[in-house]
Design a protein around this ligand. Structure first.
Ligand code: UD1
Ligand code: MG
Length: 465
């Protein structure tokens, strides 16, 4: 499409009703903030339609905070400052006053920072409507059984006007066709008509909605579903919107062949990737940049952040993973903790109450019970017994334990790092390894057992009854 569009995201309002410390555009929503959603979707709309466009955020309340958040993430967003929040019409004027470039775009697309369910699809529909039918302005509208709080659409012979809740009489209040707050307008048209809006209304605000009128060449485009336009004004609405966004993400995964045992009861962030045939049990949280392969099983209550789980791996119940890697057919849990840098090789296994940190376990390694493996390397097919501990910290620095391949490390062994155990070694149970063991070596370090016959009774205490 050879057209240019200036997109404006209105984000200057205070959002008092939301009752958060953060300004409304920065309200947390999944792993992002409210304002991210409209920015990302406008970018998509521009890219999908090859539109020459620019995004500007109108900021005001706590504007330094809002601007620095956006600027850290998006280099292409511009800013307009609205000094006083005296209405959406004034906010749009601030946009046009921010730079002469704003006047050069064929169309101006207006969105609010608090509608995170809007998608490029609705923007495309608005664009097609204004462009194909040569309207001066198109507002997205929908039917709402409980229209309280919304501007009502009062259709006229040619166009329509929007009457705000505060200004509506009893007849108008009954109208269920409402304004979404999303519009596309010819830039020349909106600039012209913004000049004449006044604050002669109950709120004493400059309403952007006054650029529409019943005798103008404008259209109220009716959308079947209100969902894309749901706004966040309260914490309850934030919860509802987050829940819908989450369902949308999960439904996408389901469409791609991911099976949920309890669809409602699991939490998946926006950027997580999951492969075909994977099964997700209830109570699972997947967040950050997590990538999960095909035919993976993630059992109940697993919490997985920024981790990579390869095909056919299993994360058993109540395991917690952060910045960890599970390679093909490896398995962790139940109750395993994988901290940053844990790297479980192909077909390796860690079991219950095992903590792994900054450690590489090569193919086939097993650490089945109650162990701590930190700053370590364990070679292929080595088996580590129960209660193994790498003593990696001397109070100031961390040191490395290296264990070769095909080793057998008995239960209750500690390695005092730095220390190296070669390939094919055997370390006897209950040993404390302080010196390196060469390839093929056997190491034992434990007190000799003394046994005295019939002496137990001397030590067994009788309870007073
Ligand atoms: C607005 C519409 C209403 C519509 C509703 C949909 C007007 C006059 N009314 O009402 O018809 O049904 O949205 O949700 O536009 N903002 C600024 N500067 C301001 C005031 C607001 O930037 O001075 C921003 C807010 O941060 C917000 C957006 O504009 O992102 C909308 O403002 P809000 O106060 O929520 O308008 P509504 O009363 O919801
Ligand atoms: Mg609102």
């Amino acid at each position: 499409m050879p057209f240019s569009v200036g997109a404006v995201i209105l984000a200057a309002g205070e959002g008092k009703r939301l009752k958060l410390r953060e300004p409304k555009p920065l309200a947390p929503c999944l792993d992002k903030r409210l304002v991210d959603f409209s920015i990302l979707e406008v970018e998509k709309f521009f890219n999908n339609n090859k539109i020459n466009g620019c995004i500007t955020a109108v900021i005001g309340h706590q504007r330094e905070k809002v601007q620095s958040y956006i600027a850290e993430r998006y280099s292409n967003v511009k800013y307009a400052i609205q000094e006083k929040q005296v209405g959406t019409g004034d906010a749009l004027k601030s946009y046009f006053n921010s730079s002469a470039d704003t006047l050069n775009y064929d169309y101006t697309l207006v969105l609010c920072a608090d509608t995170p369910l809007i998608t490029a699809h609705e923007m495309e529909q608005l664009f097609v409507e204004i462009n194909s039918k040569n309207f001066d302005g198109v507002a997205a509208v929908f039917d709402e059984k409980n229209p309280y709080g919304y501007g009502r659409i009062v259709r006229g012979e040619k166009g329509f006007k929007i009457v705000e809740e505060k200004d509506a009489d009893e007849v108008v209040k009954k109208i269920t066709e409402v304004n979404s707050g999303v519009y596309i307008l010819k830039t020349s048209y909106v600039v012209e008509h913004l000049k004449s809006i006044t604050s002669n209304n109950k709120a004493g605000e400059f309403y952007l909605t006054d650029v529409f009128s019943q005798d103008r060449n404008v259209e109220a485009l009716s959308f079947q579903s209100a969902k894309p336009f749901l706004g966040v004004n309260t914490l309850l609405q934030l919860e509802e919107v987050e829940s819908l966004l989450r369902d949308k993400i999960k439904a996408n995964h389901r469409d791609n062949g991911v099976r949920f045992i309890d669809f409602k009861n699991c939490y998946i962030d926006t950027d997580v990737k999951i492969g075909f045939g994977t099964v997700i049990y209830p109570g699972v949280h997947l967040s950050g940049k997590t990538i999960i392969g095909e035919d993976v099983i993630i059992e109940n209550g697993a919490i997985i952040k920024d981790s990579k789980i390869e095909n056919k791996a299993k994360v058993l119940a109540y395991s917690v993973l952060e910045s960890a890697t599970l390679r093909i057919k490896s398995q962790a849990g139940p109750f395993a903790r994988l901290r940053p840098g844990a790297d479980l090789g192909e077909e390796s296994k860690i079991g219950n109450f095992v903590e792994i940190k900054k450690a590489v376990l090569e193919k086939g390694v097993k650490v089945s019970h109650l162990s701590y493996v930190g700053d370590a390397f364990i070679g292929e097919e080595s088996n580590i017994g129960c209660g193994f501990i790498t003593c990696n910290y001397d109070g100031a620095n961390k040191h490395v334990t290296k264990i070769g391949k095909n080793c057998f490390i008995g239960s209750d062994v500690q390695t005092i790092a730095p220390v190296e155990i070669g390939d094919d070694c055997f370390v006897a149970a209950a040993s404390t390894v302080t010196h390196s063991v060469p390839n093929g070596g056997f190491a034992i370090s434990r007190g000799k057992q003394i046994t005295k016959e019939a002496m137990a009774s001397k030590f067994i205490k009788k309870k007073n009854k």
